[in-house]
Ligand binder design. Structure first.
Ligand code: BGC
Length: 342
């Protein structure tokens, strides 16, 4: 009887040992199954956009760092939609047919994201949108849709506060003709872009709230582009000689365009402010041409796009440092950049 009991104990111990071995074996098999490579499809609304190009550069760095840190090969296919939604839809189809694990899309037409969402949902492939925000109804269609941005109202309030602070320190640096009013012109981005509308509204509002006596001379849409802004500014300088005291720009490229026009016409001393903190924008602040800009942390911006994408592709949790609002929106931190403040 005692021998029988011993035998039973021995057998059950053996059984436990086998199970444990089998389980750890399974664990290592699972390890073998872990993804050794991930495929990410990226589509940019326009590859020649300065800000988007800065983000692209950072995304490429993220992919390299991820490969080094995790030993996972990242196949990142970056395509330029060249301003055509049709081209972008085809790029999405191609990415899906190539077996991409996740898509990162900078939509051409933010109101037409539903076509791309349909395709991604049908293939069960998550999408990280960025910079051009799909409408809320589209974002709410699936819990595997994300959006990364630099919040427009925050950019504008910070931009406005650069001017408010300058006015408080020295009103004469803005009210150049001393008539008690700061006369401004406004260069706006694409009218269909959420950032253009919100930035314009809040930049002007911040000046008012900050007690700067402003008066609008004129404004125009230069579609984020340096050359378009330069052409508009040249016309205004001619039409309103000696009157322009402030140039509010929805982004750095348009601010640089306005500065190009001033340089061409030999005019200086007009306060110009931008948004983005692009490489040429920051350079212009450093050399004193641009009074200030609002810079979003491009490393964090791209890090959020890449981090969400990589975690979706590998089936892991989104890293906690990528703080998402409502489980899907990431808003990148921003800061003022002026010559004295960096
Ligand atoms: C940036 C612009 C850029 C645009 C593209 C904006 O948020 O400020 O510089 O051209 O996005 O969508």
């Amino acid at each position: 009887m005692r021998n029988m009991k011993k035998c039973c104990i021995l057998l059950s111990s053996l059984l436990w040992l086998c199970m444990a071995l089998w389980l750890t074996g399974c664990g290592s098999m699972e390890k073998k199954d872990e993804k050794k490579s991930i495929r990410i499809g990226v589509s940019l609304y326009r590859g020649d956009d300065t800000f988007i190009n800065n983000i692209r550069g950072e995304l490429e760095k993220c992919a390299k760092e991820y490969e080094q840190e995790n030993g996972v090969k990242v196949n990142m296919d970056i395509q330029d939609a060249k301003g055509s939604q049709n081209t972008q839809n085809k790029q999405v189809e191609r990415f899906l047919s190539l077996g991409c694990d996740v898509l990162c899309i900078n939509p051409v037409d933010r109101t037409a994201a539903s076509v791309m969402i349909n395709k991604a949902m049908a293939a069960q492939i998550p999408v990280v949108f960025f910079n051009r925000q799909p409408v809320e109804e589209d974002m709410d269609r699936w819990d595997q849709l994300y959006y990364v941005e630099a919040e427009a109202k925050e950019s504008a309030v910070l931009q406005g506060s650069i001017v408010v602070e300058r006015y408080r320190e020295n009103p004469g640096s803005l009210d150049l003709n001393g008539d008690g009013v700061v006369s401004y012109v406004l260069l706006e981005g694409e009218s269909s872009h959420q950032d253009a509308l919100i930035r314009t509204e809040w930049s002007v509002q911040t000046l008012r709230d900050g007690g700067v006596p402003i008066e609008k001379i004129t404004g125009g849409i230069a579609n984020w582009e340096r050359s378009q802004a330069s052409a508009l500014m040249e016309q205004w300088l001619e039409k309103y000689p000696g009157q322009i005291e402030l140039v509010l720009c929805n982004n750095d490229d348009m601010a640089l365009g306005a500065i190009d026009a001033m340089d061409r016409t030999g005019i200086s001393g007009i306060c110009t402010v931008g948004i983005d903190g692009t490489t040429p924008g920051i350079e212009a602040v450093e050399n004193g041409k641009l009074v200030g800009t609002v810079s979003c942390d491009k490393k964090k911006y791209a890090g959020a796009i890449f981090g969400i994408a990589a975690s979706r592709a590998t089936g892991q949790e989104i890293p906690p440092e990528i703080e998402l609002e409502e489980g899907k929106y990431y808003r990148c931190p921003q800061q003022i950049v002026t010559k004295n403040q960096k």
